[in-house]
Design a protein around this ligand. Structure first.
Ligand code: PMP
Length: 321
């Protein structure tokens, strides 16, 4: 779908997957004016296919659009575009075994050609899809984390709450550092004081205390994960008190040392819910928490709704096929 100020959104079409042709002066290539979403369609045992909370992705895309000076897309058009891709994708092979999901990547980018710095007047919105496998190749083994104290992904007044490539570009060197230290994901701290835990490179975090209460870092500069929001609902439904607040990195270290923190988990569309292992930094290693019990319980509760094995009491599923 294309957008110009004169015509608004127009020329919606489905084309075979293939390379794009972009003029070398296309503004997205230079100034990174682009946003994206990540979501999944889930196939149930009865063969039906459902999107999980697509209206939340549409709303988040539009809030990213406002921050990146891009046009908003009507929620219904966003969802319709995702549904069309799910319908034409040939990879929904009937009869294939196991949990099957299709990862959808809607994105919007500046397609005007010019070299000055200003918002683009030509914008393209697209959706591509890819069958989803296990996010962490090692399976559900706890993920070890690398705490970066040097790099942050989002500054005050910046684009931390938007899903835009620039945030990820800023995170790549820290991600490489994580790999070099044998870790799968990076822990980012706030950029102002460098002591509040924000999120991982692609996931939100939860801390579970011995008394059953749960803490997750507050929103503002983090990406407001749709899995994060769903887990707050699920955990409260299971009777756990969930608090969204600033969470100091020292609370993590001390909580593990004292045994007050019994579980830590991370969540996102790709990996759903994953137990967190040890946290390494230049200052040493904070060991993994003792348990993964509640983590696995919450994971099952969510995955069972997504795959249609539990009742969708919250109305989170949108049937496509
Ligand atoms: N934080 C970041 C930085 C992410 O990239 C993601 C993945 N979209 C998340 C959190 C989790 O968000 P969601 O649950 O919507 O996938």
């Amino acid at each position: 779908v294309e957008w110009t100020p004169e015509k608004g959104w127009h020329d919606a079409r489905i084309t075979p997957y293939g390379p794009l042709t972009l003029d070398p002066a296309t503004s997205v290539l230079h100034y990174g004016q682009e946003i994206f979403e990540g979501m999944k369609a889930y196939r149930h045992d009865d063969g039906s296919v459902h999107l999980f909370r697509p209206e939340k992705n549409a709303q988040r895309m539009n809030s990213s659009a406002r921050r990146l000076a891009l046009p908003e897309i009507p929620e219904a058009d966003f969802i319709a575009a995702c549904e069309e891709i799910v319908k034409v994708d040939e990879r929904w092979v009937p009869g294939s075994e196991g949990e099957k999901s299709l990862y959808l990547r809607p994105f919007m980018m500046a397609t005007e050609k010019f070299l000055g710095v200003r918002p683009s007047r030509h914008v393209t919105f697209m959706v591509i899809a890819s069958p989803a496998g296990a996010y962490f190749k090692e399976g559900l083994k706890p993920v070890d984390l690398w705490l970066t104290e040097e790099y942050s992904r989002a500054g005050r007044g910046g684009t931390g709450a938007a899903k835009t490539g620039g945030n990820y570009a800023a995170s790549l060197l820290a991600q490489q550092e994580a790999y070099d230290n044998g870790c799968a994901q990076v822990v980012f701290l706030d950029s102002v004081e460098g002591r509040y835990v924000e999120e991982l490179g692609g996931m939100n975090l939860y801390f579970v205390y011995a008394d059953g209460s749960i803490v997750t870092p507050a929103t503002g500069t983090i990406l407001e994960g749709i899995t994060r929001d769903s887990i707050i609902t699920i955990a409260r439904g299971l009777g756990h008190e969930v608090t969204e607040r600033r969470f100091e990195i020292d609370e993590w270290r001390k909580g593990i040392e004292s045994g007050d923190i019994v579980e830590i988990f991370a969540c996102g569309t790709a990996a759903v819910v994953s137990p967190v292992g040890s946290m390494k930094s230049a200052q040493g290693v904070t060991p993994a928490p003792a348990s993964t019990e509640l983590t696995m319980k919450i994971r099952s509760a969510l995955v069972d709704v997504q795959f249609g094995r539990a009742e969708d009491t919250q109305g989170w599923l949108t049937k496509v096929l």
